[in-house]
Design a protein around this ligand. Structure first.
Ligand code: NCD
Length: 386
């Protein structure tokens, strides 16, 4: 059975109207929720985002990813300061980052602010009661009393899922140890889609080299799982011996895609559309001495790029890149290369995170009803992202 999307939209609008006229009648709220689920099914979306946690990319089907991307596209005017919306006025996000972070933390916060909401932050274990021995369960029960949604980063795999179980509000995983980083994978894939589209291509059938620490890199783990939703991708897995992608992720990729592994950097760069370079995750190694063995082993600079890559190969990196002289996995001499997409990635992160908040808090359509023009001078409006 197919559901005509326009009819479903009409039904949803009708229930919204009823809810607006009789806000205290709970049956209207239930009706609106039902209409919104029917609308989502008509849009081919399988996951009901509203009120749900976002913990792993395994939660998504391809239609869900496409839904997130279309909402992210619709958020662009707000991120570009062409319009403002206050749709989340009064809402609070708690940004709990128990591991270092710059762009994930700030872009989640900015995304929430751009939708009109308030941000509360805790940025270190030692500044929180976890340092006094408080359990994740208790912290989650307490914080969910203060917030409408929580974003959490934590050094242990599975910790965010454990926290989410005790939370009374939706929790978004901002990275749990070496395990997963769903919002990063979404913004990476969104950027790939944009970069390929600019070249008249799409995600199905493209070629990508995943480079560096594929063992501990959670961003790359989540990205591989997302790529599993697409067709016929050619993957080069390029890592120093000892830092290979975990076997179970490779096996999953091989079910759908053509996968080749390389231990020497120069061997894996040819004939792909995108290089996805990653940092050696030194903080995840058993000792600094062991991490030092890998520092600077894989470095890409302009001359290696020119010699080994197809013209116009896009260069991506989840950032931060390690710019210390001994490391330099992505050299500064690539900064003027127009194919360097790393800052387009970070800009896109705001759009994708706005989309996640809008979906989870059920304000996708409402956001546009609240839109107003921007009155202040803003450089953003006059430059394209990137
Ligand atoms: C990544 C992370 O924290 O996993 N960074 C990020 O969130 N953009 C990658 C990294 O730290 O190397």
């Amino acid at each position: 059975m197919t559901l005509p999307e326009n009819r479903c939209k009409k039904l949803w609008r009708f229930t919204q109207l009823k809810l607006g006229n009789h806000p205290n009648d709970t049956s209207n709220y239930e009706l609106t929720r039902l209409a919104s689920i029917i609308l989502k099914i008509s849009q081919g979306t399988l996951l009901d985002f509203v009120g749900n946690h976002i913990i792993s990319v395994n939660q998504f089907e391809r239609a869900d990813v496409e839904r997130i991307f279309s909402v992210a596209d619709a958020m662009r005017p707000y991120a570009m300061r062409e319009r403002i919306t206050r749709v989340l006025e009064g809402a609070i996000v708690s940004n709990m980052f128990f591991e270092p972070s710059t762009r994930t933390r700030v872009s989640f916060g900015s995304a929430f602010n751009l939708l009109g909401g308030e941000v509360r932050e805790t940025t270190e274990v030692k500044a929180s009661s976890l340092a006094k021995g408080e359990s994740l369960y208790d912290t989650a029960r307490v914080l969910s009393g203060y917030s409408d949604v929580i974003v959490m980063r934590h050094p242990e795999s599975g910790s965010v899922a454990e926290f989410a179980e005790a939370s009374r509000v939706p929790v978004i995983n901002g990275g749990d140890g070496p395990n997963e980083h769903p919002s990063q994978a979404l913004l990476d894939l969104y950027t790939m889609r944009e970069e390929l589209r600019n070249k008249g291509r799409n995600i199905d059938g493209f070629g990508i080299a995943l480079i560096g620490d594929l063992k501990f890199g959670r961003a790359v783990h989540s990205l591989c799982k997302l790529l599993g939703l697409f067709e016929n991708i050619r993957l080069h897995l390029v890592s120093p011996p000892g830092l290979e992608l975990p076997e179970e992720i490779v096996a999953e990729l091989k079910q759908r895609h053509e996968v080749e592994s390389f231990n020497a950097l120069e061997d894996g760069l040819h004939d792909v559309d995108i290089l996805y370079v990653t940092r050696t995750q030194e903080e995840r190694f058993p000792s600094q001495e062991e991490a030092n063995r890998y520092r600077g082993l894989f470095r890409i600079n302009q001359s290696i790029y020119t010699e080994h890559c197809k013209p116009n190969t896009v260069i991506m990196h989840p950032l931060p890149r390690d710019s210390r002289a001994q490391a330099q996995e992505l050299d500064d001499d690539l900064n003027q290369n127009p194919n360097l997409a790393i800052f387009r990635q970070t800009d896109n992160g705001v759009l994708v995170r706005m989309a996640l908040f809008a979906l989870v808090l059920d304000v996708v359509d409402e956001a546009h009803n609240h839109a107003q023009p921007v009155t202040w001078h803003t450089a953003k409006r006059h430059h394209q992202l990137g």
